[in-house]
Design a protein around this ligand. Structure first.
Ligand code: G4P
Length: 322
């Protein structure tokens, strides 16, 4: 899979974060709840050092709730880290965040004390702008996420004792892991021109058939998920009328339909990654800034082998047990 990556902008964002970090009390890292490992930038863990951190598992409305719960427990094993699942547009949900900030740093941000300084970080498209707008109660102009847009950490006074430093979302994840790149593309985090939609849809369909077969069968009225994934994608296209003149299936239209419906949550609440016994917080750090050796599928901490060895029925029920 080909993914554009902007090391120049990553460097710039890194310098800005290094400059601001000493003044910060707490870091909020926004992650996509469906893929918390692939949507994190390992560099952030290094830049944050020992600062207290809240991992926001955003887009919880799209993720499998049992898996999200497992991620919260996983992240909170790390000292100084709390995790919270959120839907960034939900004011009630987001209202929990300032409360958690105060709980973690009780000696700042109250009446008579200096403001609690919080930095919000995350890769593009995880929902930082949406979250900031909900926190601020108004639409804020964001620092630029795109190359060539001047960027500098912007300070937003939430008027509740919390001062938010908004950083550019230029910290693109390290793309040395094809599974991670696939999940980012499937989740919609990556621009359409950076990947092949048919290949991405076929590969993600393979993962979905492994983890959520009942949801796929139900959504597309399929009785059988055995056989070649491209053929199954073709069958989905045929059923949904993605045809070219002459009646053959237009695989690209079928792929786009599947990806669109997956991103919109129409297949159901789906998590593309889950913690397992091999996943460690340091598995992210190990890749920071440098291309790391590519793990084999057996070593890959993101792959849930216990699930892939089960029958489709067992796999489906196992997703409820996480
Ligand atoms: P960013 O600043 O980190 O780059 O992300 P941004 O807030 O722009 O959000 C990226 C997309 O994710 C937006 O959709 C936004 O609406 C959506 N989003 C953010 N938080 C949530 C959430 O909790 N749940 C769901 N389901 N979606 C969320 P978009 O289609 O790109 O834009 P829009 O048309 O919705 O504005």
């Amino acid at each position: 899979m080909i993914i554009d990556w902007y090391p120049g902008h990553m460097k710039k964002a890194r310098v800005q974060i290094i400059e601001v970090m000493p003044t910060i009390d707490l870091v909020i890292e926004v992650l996509d709840a469906r893929l918390p490992v692939s949507s994190s930038n390992p560099l952030l863990a290094k830049l944050r050092g020992q600062k207290p951190c809240i991992k926001v598992l955003n887009k919880k409305d799209l993720a499998d709730p049992t898996v999200t719960k497992a991620w919260v427990a996983f992240f909170e094993r790390e000292h100084g880290v709390r995790a919270i699942p959120l839907e960034a547009k939900d004011r009630r949900d987001v209202g929990l965040l300032p409360k958690l900030c105060r709980k973690m740093i009780p000696h700042k941000g109250n009446r008579g004390q200096r403001s609690l300084r919080v930095m919000i970080v995350g890769i593009p498209n995880v929902g930082k702008s949406t979250l900031i707008n909900t926190l601020a109660g108004r639409k804020m102009a964001r620092v630029g996420d795109k190359p060539a847009v001047t960027t500098c950490p912007q300070q937003i006074d939430l008027r509740n004792g919390i001062l938010l430093s908004d950083t550019p979302g230029l910290l693109w994840p390290i793309m040395d892991n094809p599974d991670g790149a696939l999940r980012l593309a499937a989740s919609g985090a990556i621009g359409d021109n950076a990947y092949d939609s048919a290949a991405t849809a076929a590969a993600i369909l393979q993962e979905l058939i492994g983890r959520y077969p009942a949801l796929i069968m139900q959504r597309y009225q399929l009785n059988d998920l055995t056989g070649d994934t491209t053929d199954i994608l073709g069958e989905i296209g045929r059923k949904r009328g993605c045809l070219v003149t002459g009646g053959d299936v237009d695989l690209y239209r079928a792929a786009e339909l599947l990806l669109r419906e997956l991103r919109a949550g129409k297949l159901g609440r789906i998590s593309l990654e889950r913690p397992n016994s091999e996943t460690t917080a340091s598995s992210q750090d190990d890749h920071a800034g440098q291309p790391a050796p590519q793990p084999s599928s057996r070593e890959n901490p993101h792959r849930d082998d216990s699930v892939s060895q089960l029958s489709p029925e067992q796999k489906e029920s196992s997703t409820d047990e996480t």
